[in-house]
Design a binder for this molecule. Structure first.
Ligand SMILES: *[C@@H]1O[C@H](CO)[C@@H](O)[C@H](O)[C@H]1NC(C)=O
Ligand SMILES: *[C@@H]1O[C@H](CO)[C@@H](O)[C@H](O)[C@H]1NC(C)=O
Ligand SMILES: *[C@@H]1O[C@H](CO)[C@@H](O)[C@H](O)[C@H]1NC(C)=O
Ligand SMILES: *[C@@H]1O[C@H](CO)[C@@H](O)[C@H](O)[C@H]1NC(C)=O
Ligand SMILES: *[C@@H]1O[C@H](CO)[C@@H](O)[C@H](O)[C@H]1NC(C)=O
Ligand SMILES: *[C@@H]1O[C@H](CO)[C@@H](O)[C@H](O)[C@H]1NC(C)=O
Ligand SMILES: *[C@@H]1O[C@H](CO)[C@@H](O)[C@H](O)[C@H]1NC(C)=O
Length: 759
């Protein structure tokens, strides 16, 4: 009876709630981004701002614009109820009304690993690099970081129109000749989540997180000698384009990065005259005309701005990419040849290698009591060392083995420390395999891969009185093989447009040293009171700004190159094999990686300076691509801000997008041969020469033939086309086939990856 009553009360309560909820949903406002067909503006309006305002006021008298956009889209953002949004969508001149989306961050030895130090004389003069501006959309900047020292920098480029905005703990004097612009965009964020709490985060371009200082200094930080994190990775730190200028656009806050703010930042960055845009963030995958980053990047591409984005940290699952539009350069992550070894020594005499950035009092060299977290907790996931789950009586004075997953790695260490533990061994599970990411733990700790972790666990569980200790070995260089594709790096195929191979390439993204915010410690935990000038972190967030900085160098060397030409140079010269000829490995499988993991391969900036040939793309090529996707005129016009219609008499084909890679989809019918043709056009950016093609594949089930097999260029900027025919053979299979098409004149190698899947 009692139970029954309870049930009735709950049901009644629920009914009331749902009526309330319905009312709330109807009245609840959220941010929408409204794309207007500016070309349809009635002549009766003085200017577009009046027209936008009148359209908005026609559905909501009280609504105010958050932003008016003029460079990335024609339109504005505002707060509306769902009903108002629906009414607005049907008004004349409205192309689309899109709900705002939330994006997330994809969270000094690199220059020499990339061969930049040894070949400094090949790179453009610093005068031309200093004309290039790299814009970074992120968590802002810590302007006091040595990476933004402007000693020796000349006057700011005359084309620069940006600003240094002031706010909490940030004034215009925080900018200089290195950090030439700093803006912040919080209207969308504050409209959604309420005013910024200035005691928790700075309502200004100041970086309270560290991520933005790290990415912007990676792309274009000044040269800083004696940089290190707590003694680790000591050496000279420098951004990829150390002489380029930096402009930061803070769009990410404690509560995330909101698309109305991102779009406003890209709008301003285009106006300000940046040359490169770097975005280490991503959202859920959607069609290009709904994705603010893709929309903003399209406008940037038209202005000749190179846009580089992180591929995402959702690997090693396939289909896990972000930022896949073909006018964006999508960057995955690989490792460096540097490591931070820290060994676990067990009571049974066995040693297991791991990695750590712990600095502080070491453990005594003798063996210490060792316990599995799962045996020191009553919680169901006690093995994960979540806050408040460890029993102090069980872990006090012991080293604790915790497993990776759910809560941050560094937080697990803090939980052990709080419970009285004296050290931690952090083991990977199947989700991370053998991938090791080093952390500046708050107590003596080391991370080990899954296999070693399993062996250590076996020992722990079969020994009542298990013991262990940890030895820290500092920084070790010359690790082989390197690079390897990191497990977290997001993988293809491209779920939005399978016909465009993504990621485009990989660049260093594991254990990267770069500038850090003075507002937080290296772990980013509130309990971490340490402050460091540099920090070591990992993610495709870190690989993206490497490519942004390299693009700035290429832009300085070749000011007339389009963003597509710059990307082509980086892709066709990327490498896929080690010096010994073996394919770059995937740390997730321990096997050779494929183009779905590494795209065209690992960047090789020295070769990219002089690629010989490039695959160029014009704005019209991109519009034709949108036609090939069968986008409606309305969708195309909201994305590309123009009155464009596809030509119904024309055949548009995704296979002919002049991309430096091939994603081929082919039918596998037994008994019949099927073929698919792709056409490409090469532009000679080197000296005259004769190029011959060579083709390789991983399987005989597809035959690749190229026609013509020789291309002769007699002058610079000459264009030549060729057609590739992919045909099935009797061995047609269901497994992906990979290959490579390389044009060579003996001096240059212009390589394209091929990924073939079956329909
Ligand atoms: C937009 O393009 C269409 C198709 O080409 C044309 O019919 C229409 O007049 C154009 N609209 C404006 C306002 O130019
Ligand atoms: C601003 O600076 C002051 C003084 O350094 C500091 O106490 C305060 O926490 C800072 N505020 C923010 C939001 O960073
Ligand atoms: C493990 O490492 C310790 C300390 O470096 C060393 O003394 C010992 O010999 C090693 N044991 C094995 C089995 O390699
Ligand atoms: C520790 O936990 C494992 C299972 O996770 C169990 O088999 C073992 O008996 C436990 N050991 C102790 C000492 O409680
Ligand atoms: C776990 O359970 C044991 C035995 O039931 C109890 O003595 C102990 O207090 C519990 N520990 C925690 C942390 O809840
Ligand atoms: C573990 O240690 C306890 C206390 O020192 C001792 O009584 C016990 O015999 C030991 N067990 C084993 C298997 O060595
Ligand atoms: C576009 O439509 C054409 C004709 O219906 C079709 O053959 C083609 O596969 C479509 N393309 C895409 C990318 O959906």
């Amino acid at each position: 009876m009692f139970r029954f009553q309870v049930l009735v009360v709950v049901i009644l309560g629920f009914c009331q709630l749902s009526v309330e909820a319905k009312k709330n949903v109807e009245q609840k406002k959220q941010t929408y981004i409204i794309h207007m067909a500016k070309f349809e503006m009635p002549v009766s309006f003085e200017d577009h701002a009046h027209w936008y305002d009148s359209s908005l006021k026609s559905v909501s008298k009280s609504a105010e614009m958050l932003y008016t956009y003029s460079n990335v889209i024609h339109g504005f953002s505002t707060r509306l109820t769902a009903k108002e949004a629906q009414i607005l969508e049907n008004r004349p001149g409205i192309l689309s009304v899109l709900p705002e989306m939330k994006y997330e961050l994809h969270t000094t030895r690199t220059p020499s690993f990339l061969g930049l130090d040894q070949n400094a004389n090949l790179f453009p003069e610093s005068d031309s690099v200093s004309e290039v501006v790299v814009g970074v959309l992120d968590t802002g900047v810590w302007p006091e970081s040595k990476s933004f020292d402007d000693t020796g920098f000349g006057p700011i480029p005359s084309s620069w129109k940006g600003e240094c905005e002031s706010g909490t703990n940030f004034t215009s004097s925080n900018c200089n000749r290195k950090l030439i612009g700093a803006r912040f965009f919080s209207r969308g964020y504050e409209a959604a989540l309420g005013p910024v709490d200035a005691t928790k985060e700075s309502r200004s371009p100041r970086d309270d997180d560290g991520h933005g200082t790290h990415t912007s200094s990676t792309a274009a930080g000044s040269i800083v000698s004696d940089a290190n994190l707590l003694g680790y990775a000591a050496g000279t730190a420098r951004g990829m384009a150390a002489r380029a200028r930096v402009a930061v656009y803070k769009v990410c806050w404690l509560g995330g990065c909101f698309s109305s703010d991102i779009l406003a930042a890209m709008d301003k960055a285009i106006y300000d005259n940046v040359n490169v845009l770097s975005l280490s963030l991503g959202g859920s995958m959607s069609d290009y005309y709904r994705d603010s980053v893709a929309i903003g990047a399209f406008a940037a591409m038209e202005k000749g701005i190179f846009v580089s984005c992180s591929a995402g940290n959702a690997g090693p699952s396939s289909d896990s990419l972000s930022n896949v539009a073909p006018w964006i350069t999508t960057v995955g992550a690989g490792t460096l040849d540097r490591d931070f070894p820290a060994y676990v020594s067990l009571g049974n005499g066995q040693n297991y290698s791991g990695v750590s950035l712990y600095r502080g009092d070491s453990l005594p060299g003798k063996l210490l009591p060792f316990i599995y977290a799962g045996n020191a907790s009553n919680a169901t996931s006690g093995n994960l060392c979540m806050t408040g789950t460890l029993n102090p009586e069980k872990v006090s004075g012991k080293i604790v083995l915790c497993e990776r997953g759910v809560n941050p790695r560094v937080q697990k260490g803090y939980v052990v420390k709080e419970a009285g533990g004296i050290g931690m061994v952090l083991t990977n599970t199947a989700a991370n395999g053998e991938e090791l990411v080093a952390d500046a733990h708050l107590l003596p700790a080391t991370a080990v891969g899954q296999k070693r972790g399993d062996a250590i666990k076996d020992y722990l569980l079969s020994n009542q009185n298990a013991t262990a200790t940890i030895f820290f070995e500092g920084t070790k260089l010359g690790i082989e093989p390197s690079p390897v594709v990191s497990a977290f790096s997001s993988r293809g195929p491209n779920s939005i447009t399978p016909g465009v191979l993504k990621p485009d390439m990989i660049a260093p993204g594991v254990n990267i040293l770069a500038g850090w915010s003075g507002a937080v410690g290296p772990t980013g935990l509130a309990t971490d009171k340490r402050r460091v000038g540099f920090n070591i972190i990992s993610g495709t967030s870190m690989s993206c700004p490497h490519v942004s900085g390299l693009a700035a160098l290429l832009k300085a060397a070749h000011p007339d190159w389009s963003p597509a030409a710059i990307r082509s140079a980086l892709m066709t010269t990327a490498y896929t094999a080690y010096k010994d000829g073996n394919m770059i490995q995937d740390v997730a499988t321990g096997k050779p990686s494929t183009p779905f993991d590494h795209g065209a391969g690992h960047v090789d900036p020295v070769s990219a300076l002089n690629p010989g040939l490039v695959y160029d793309l014009t704005v019209e090529d991109h519009l034709n691509f949108l036609c090939a996707l069968n986008y409606t005129a309305q969708q195309i016009n909201s994305l590309a801000r123009r009155n464009f219609s596809c030509d119904s008499s024309k055949q548009y084909s995704l296979n002919d997008l002049n991309y430096p890679s091939f994603a081929v989809s082919i039918q596998s019918q037994m008994g019949s041969t099927n073929e698919v043709k792709h056409t490409r056009t090469l532009t000679n950016v080197g000296s005259p020469g004769m190029y011959k093609v060579s083709v390789s594949t991983t399987s005989a089930s597809v035959k690749i033939s190229v026609e013509p097999a020789t291309l002769t260029f007699s002058q610079t900027n000459e264009k030549k086309s060729y057609t590739v025919t992919f045909s099935t053979t009797s061995k047609a299979s269901k497994t992906n086939v990979f290959g490579r098409i390389v044009w060579s004149d003996g001096k240059h190698s212009v390589g394209s990856p091929v990924a073939i899947s079956w329909t």
